[in-house]
Ligand binder design. Structure first.
Ligand SMILES: Cc1cc2nc3c(=O)[nH]c(=O)nc-3n(C[C@H](O)[C@H](O)[C@H](O)COP(=O)(O)OP(=O)(O)OC[C@H]3O[C@@H](n4cnc5c(N)ncnc54)[C@H](O)[C@@H]3O)c2cc1C
Ligand code: SF4
Length: 331
């Protein structure tokens, strides 16, 4: 059985207090929300914090309010179940409710939070293993080692961004508020990530993600499709979030296509997005957009199934997602 290493648990009552504790305690301290990502990783000795700053007692992070007309604010501690079952979100932002409802399994969704989901560690077959397994092949660059076993000549880590909701928030144009001891700042969700499997978030170590801001839907339709081996539990090995806004004649005035689990950060298919502007979602247009969208996805051999299969599926999933948006005006 894998056991947690010993740690001290601090329980702040506000986001500011949590940020100050993280700043005071230094690099040995990490925030924890539901713990569904962090605790298994601690058991594998991928993280060995001396101090955990628990966020569960911070009531202000549990609020969810707003409407499709005004936009919605979601507290970072809202659970994935609360997101997937919330009536306002299901009606106005169905792609988000759907993505949250596709994460792992019901028990994990009742513990796992939306803030944690945006900050989960990147994943790799050579990394998400026990200490003994990693020691046996020699540790890799992301933890304790020097070499990347996926791309031995590479100077960077290619561990995969695996959040189901991050691509949806980017497609919907959402922003996050980050609180630090100095104050707070608000950035687009797309600005939260960078293409580096080790240093994959731009959030500073002591910053707490307090709120996610969804803009008014304003006629935007969105969807999310997830590829995984099993229908439950599994992380995405490909996810496609798409959103479009159409004129009354059906021409596209806004298009966003965001892929997850193909790189160390969510990937925006900008060429396909630009191609779609001014066009109608006809079968030919969808096919060409899918061809343009799958090109920037560069899955490597470090998650489930083969990377060539996942690359092919990126094209198929983008086409399916756009097809859904064309066929289901109510989405
Ligand atoms: C078997 C299994 C299957 C899973 N399947 C999926 C899946 O299919 N899709 C998916 O997306 N995820 C999956 N997960 C991961 C996880 O359950 C979810 O992503 C969950 O939403 C993480 O939230 P949490 O509150 O438990 O995060 P935690 O484990 O508490 O934290 C995760 C990280 O985020 C940081 N953090 C958490 N909250 C904040 C905050 N408010 N501010 C700043 N930093 C914060 C923590 O420091 C930590 O680094 C799976 C996990 C397991 C164990
Ligand atoms: S991509 Fe390379 S460095 Fe990163 S976790 Fe995998 S093996 Fe390690």
């Amino acid at each position: 059985m894998m056991r947690l290493p010993p740690f001290q648990y601090l329980a702040p009552q506000s986001a500011k207090e949590a940020a100050c504790l993280l700043a005071d305690q230094g690099p040995e301290a990490i925030p924890v929300a539901g713990g569904t990502d962090l605790y298994p990783n601690m058991k594998r000795r991928l993280f060995e914090p001396k101090v955990l700053v628990g966020l569960r007692g911070i009531g202000e992070l549990r609020e969810l309010s707003g409407s499709s007309e005004k936009g919605v604010e979601i507290g970072g501690l809202c659970t994935l179940n609360e997101i997937s079952e919330n009536e306002t979100l299901r009606a106005a932002y169905p792609s988000l409710a759907r993505a949250a409802g596709l994460v792992s399994s019901p028990p994990l969704r009742s513990m796992g939070t939306i803030g944690g989901n945006l900050c989960i560690d990147t994943r790799c077959n050579y990394y998400n293993q026990s200490y003994q397994w990693r020691e046996a092949i020699d540790f890799c660059m992301k933890k304790q080692g020097e070499t990347c076993w996926v791309a031995p000549g590479s100077k960077r880590c290619w561990a995969v961004s695996s959040s189901d909701t991050a691509p949806v928030f980017i497609a919907l144009g959402a922003e996050v508020t980050l609180v630090s001891p100095e104050g707070e700042r608000r950035i687009p969700v797309r600005g939260l990530y960078r293409h580096d499997g080790i240093d994959f978030v731009t959030k500073r170590r002591e910053e707490i993600l307090t709120r996610i801001h969804l803009p008014p839907m304003d006629g935007i339709r969105g969807t999310y499709l997830k590829l995984r081996r099993r229908g439950s539990i599994d992380f995405p090995i490909l996810g496609v979030a798409a959103a479009v806004k159409l004129t009354s004649e059906g021409s596209i005035v806004l298009a966003r296509i965001v892929l997850t689990a193909v790189e160390s950060a969510p990937v925006e298919a900008t060429e396909a997005e630009e191609f779609l502007i001014g066009k109608k979602l006809s079968p030919d247009v969808i096919e060409e957009a899918a061809r343009l969208a799958y090109r920037p996805s560069k899955p490597l051999d470090n998650t489930d199934l083969t990377h060539s299969y996942r690359k092919k599926m990126a094209r198929i999933y983008v086409a399916r997602a756009l097809g859904q948006l064309a066929e289901a005006p109510g989405l």
